[in-house]
Each structure stands twice: as structure tokens, then as C-alpha cells.
Design a protein around this ligand. Structure first.
Ligand code: DWN
Ligand code: SAH
Length: 402
């Protein structure tokens, strides 16, 4: 069995999804013949408890000038990041701080630091350009220890390094943490949030598992990682976004008091067994059961001759569609508001992506909610369709029609 990418212990297998296309590889039919597939399998490390992908897709295949995901497509997430920025300022920053954000995408959070000393690190050129267009200073690079040294030499130490839904995307976390250690000022903080393995297990939200998400963090695994780099977790807080995340605050070991939430969650994670490999053993069966139920619900609706469309061409939908074997005969099209996705086809399953106006003009009976993490925002938007009898199919935390 393969070794843990972070501590070299032998990994324990959790789920094998089989070959998958690139999750955000929305494409046109002329590219079908050359569409790549990669093994998607997840394992847990019995020593440092890090849940991780066994096989990796090259980072430039996923993050390039044609990156499909623009963060600002969700108003709810815009509000979330405004509050994140305000909390960082209130809790950790003094006058004239230098704030660095990893994976700033189109500037959804960094915009709130735009008036001061700031730097975004964003390798995907198209979304970085969107951030530059709103006046932000963004470097199109992958964050590494070498880049951290260059930033420090040019601009001095950082007071805060931030990252949302990016740290779990980076395979070489030892380089990232070394870089953070060297770039942070003595009192500086590294604050990041990512999907929580505790929520993924509890809700069987297996669609969080795709090529971009290399790691599925817990407090226990992040503490083990931080300790190897002279850093420690000084605060942790659950976040109700993207199906449940944890926000970790790291600092140089001994620089700040550790807040009580850290010990409380550590105790809870141990009680839940997140440090025992057996805890992960039931997940593969739960995932397979979810697939069987979703396939049955859709088959039953289609057998009645009713139309089903997808709602939200998410990265997550690539795992669901390809793992469940759903295609254009099951799902007529996927509605999405991202201009660069519209007119393309979903990776692997090749379902057309259509503008939201198609959904409005010719409403289907059922919509499979791939963007279930934005359910509140979307259901508010589609209240009239639902009032007219339209029904959403969801599969997290369990398959249901509402
Ligand atoms: O970690 C990641 C998260 C933050 O974003 C990345 N690896 C990639 C991406 O994951 P995702 O594609 O699963 O993210 P979302 O936020 O669930 O994607 C929502 C999709 O739905 C977007 O394509 C926009 C679309 N959408 C829509 O059509 N109507 C979203 C909303 C809110 C809407 O009203
Ligand atoms: N922070 C945003 C974007 C998340 S999508 C949000 O929460 O909505 C993940 C982003 O991380 C992409 O924009 C991708 O280009 C970027 N990314 C991937 N690898 C990176 C790396 N090594 N350093 C910095 N950013 C990276």
C-alpha cells in the first residue's frame, strides 16, 4: 500500500471510486477523444490520521488559465467571506497589516483587504485576472516555501496568511507549512478553512472527494502537521459552508494562548474515533448505498417520463455523475450561472451545461441539486418554481425529494 504523503506510514484504504475525469474539466465535444481519466481513491493514515487521495492529478492540469470555478457566483459565500475578513481584522490584526491570501480566486475575500498592504497568490490565471480587475495585487503562482521566501524578501513579514478551500488542494503541504513558518511575523497567524472529514463521514457527502481535494482534514491531522513545522493550532471553529468546514488558526508555537475550542474539539474527535482507522471502514458501504438510492430515485422518475435536470455544475457533480453512472439520458442538462461553463459539457458524463434562463423558460419537474451546499440560497431563488410543483432531488445527507 502507498505511504502517507506527510509522514510515510502505510495508508489504510477507505474508498475507491475508479477512474474519474478532471472534476472541473468542462469541455466541448471536439475534446471528448482526448479526455483524460485518473484513479480516484482515498485512504487514511493510521499514524497522523490524515485522510488523503492516493493518486494525484498534475496541478497544472487542474489549475490553469481556464479554471472553471469563480468564487463570487454565490452571494451567500460573498457574505461568508466578508464576515471572515471582519473576524480576522477584529481578532488578530493591528494597524497597517500585511495580509497574504492563498488561492484568492476572483478576490471574493481579499477584496476586503484591498485598501491596505495585501497580496493574493492565485495560479489560475483567469480567476486571478478577475481579482486584478477589482484592483487587487495578485501573483499568478502556486504557493511554496520558495515563493514565501521571495515574498518576505520583497515585502516583509506577513501579519496574516489566509486560505479558504485551498490548503486541502495542495499535495506538498510540508513546503506550504515551511513557507508559512518563514513568511509569518512573530505574532502572525495562518488562518484557513476546508471541508471537514467529520461532516463528510456524518453526511456521506462523498462528492467532496475529487481530484482537487487532496486532503480531508480533521483537527487531529492538522495538529500533527503543524507540530512538524514549529506551528500550533491556537483556535478552531466549525463553519456552516460547503457542507461543513473547520477554520483553523495556526501560529508560531508558544506565540499565542490556545483557545478552549481546540481542546474541546480534540476531545470530541477522539470520542468519535477520527484517530482510529476502523471509523473510516463503514464509509465505503454508506457511499455505495447512497449511489444505489440515487440511481433508483432517478430511474423511477424517468420511467414515469418526467424530466430531470441538474442544478449547479459543481466539481462535486463530476464525482456523483461518473460514480453513479448517470448521463444525458437521465439528466437532460445542468443549469449554471457561470458564463465559462455554459455551452460546455460535464466531464465524463457529457451532459450539456445551460444558462439559468433555460431552466426558467422551460421548467422541468425535477432538479437534482448538485450545489446542495448552497441549498438555502438556491431554494430562495427558485421559490416560484417550487410553488408551481417543481421538486428538488438531494442526496446529502441522504437521498430525498422535496
Ligand atoms: O473547493 C472548491 C470549492 C470552494 O469550489 C473548489 N475545489 C472548487 C469549487 O467546488 P464546487 O464547484 O463544488 O463549488 P460550488 O460552490 O458548490 O459550485 C456551485 C456551482 O453552482 C457553480 O458552478 C455556480 C453554480 N450556481 C448556480 O448555478 N446558481 C451557484 C449558485 C449559488 C446559484 O444560485
Ligand atoms: N478561496 C476561494 C477559491 C477556492 S478554489 C474560495 O474559497 O472560494 C481553489 C483555488 O486554489 C483555485 O482558485 C486554485 O487556482 C487555487 N490553488 C490551487 N493550488 C494552489 C496553490 N498551490 N497555491 C495557491 N493557490 C492554489
Amino acid at each position: 500500500m502507498t505511504a502517507c504523503r506527510l509522514c510515510d506510514a502505510s495508508l489504510h484504504p477507505v474508498v475507491d471510486f475508479g477512474p474519474m475525469p478532471v472534476a472541473n474539466g468542462f469541455l466541448t465535444p471536439d475534446r471528448y477523444a482526448e479526455e483524460p481519466r485518473f484513479p480516484l481513491d482515498v485512504a487514511v493514515c493510521p499514524a497522523c490520521h490524515m485522510v488523503q487521495l492516493v493518486h494525484l492529478v498534475d496541478e497544472t492540469t487542474m489549475f490553469n488559465d481556464d479554471y472553471a470555478f469563480f468564487s463570487s457566483t454565490s452571494k451567500g459565500m460573498s457574505r461568508h467571506f466578508e464576515a471572515f475578513a471582519a473576524q480576522v481584522r477584529a481578532d488578530w490584526l493591528g494597524d497597517d497589516p500585511f495580509v497574504v491570501e492563498l488561492g484568492c480566486n476572483d478576490g471574493i475575500m481579499l477584496r476586503h483587504f484591498g485598501g491596505g498592504r495585501h497580496l493574493g497568490i492565485e495560479p489560475s490565471g483567469n480567476v486571478a485576472d478577475a481579482a486584478r480587475q477589482i484592483g487587487l495585487d495578485v501573483k499568478s503562482s502556486f504557493f511554496t516555501a520558495d515563493l514565501a521566501d521571495a515574498i518576505r524578501a520583497e515585502r516583509g513579514p506577513a501579519d496574516a496568511i489566509l486560505g479558504a478551500n485551498v490548503v486541502c488542494h495542495i499535495p506538498y503541504l510540508h513546503s506550504v507549512l515551511d513557507g508559512v513558518k518563514r513568511l509569518l511575523g512573530p505574532e502572525g497567524v495562518f488562518i484557513f478553512e476546508d471541508p471537514y472529514i467529520g461532516d463528510i463521514l456524518e453526511k456521506t457527502s462523498y462528492d467532496q472527494i475529487y481530484d482537487e481535494h487532496v486532503y480531508y482534514f480533521s483537527l487531529l491531522s492538522v495538529q500533527a502537521l503543524a507540530a512538524r513545522h514549529g506551528l500550533e493550532v491556537v483556535d478552531v471553529a466549525r463553519q456552516p459552508v460547503h457542507g461543513g468546514e473547520l477554520r483553523y488558526t495556526l501560529a508560531h508555537a508558544g506565540a499565542h494562548a490556545i483557545r478552549p475550542a481546540v481542546d474541546a474539539l480534540r476531545t470530541e474527535e477522539k470520542a468519535r474515533g477520527l484517530d482510529r482507522i476502523e471509523t473510516y471502514d463503514g464509509f465505503a458501504e454508506a457511499v455505495a448505498a447512497s449511489r444505489a438510492e440515487l440511481r433508483a430515485v432517478i430511474a423511477e422518475i424517468r420511467a414515469r417520463g418526467e424530466r430531470v435536470v441538474g442544478y449547479g455544475a459543481t466539481s462535486k457533480s463530476t464525482t456523483v455523475l461518473n460514480y453513479c453512472g448517470l448521463g444525458p439520458d437521465d439528466i437532460e442538462y445542468i443549469s449554471d450561472i457561470t458564463p465559462t461553463k455554459i455551452g460546455r459539457y460535464s466531464p465524463g458524463a457529457h451532459i450539456p451545461i445551460r444558462a439559468h434562463s433555460t431552466f426558467v423558460d422551460d421548467p422541468p419537474a425535477y432538479a437534482l441539486l448538485f450545489a446542495w451546499n448552497h441549498a438555502r440560497e438556491i431554494m430562495a431563488k427558485e421559490a416560484a418554481w417550487m410553488a408551481g410543483g417543481g421538486r428538488f432531488i438531494t442526496y446529502v445527507p441522504r437521498v430525498s425529494v422535496s
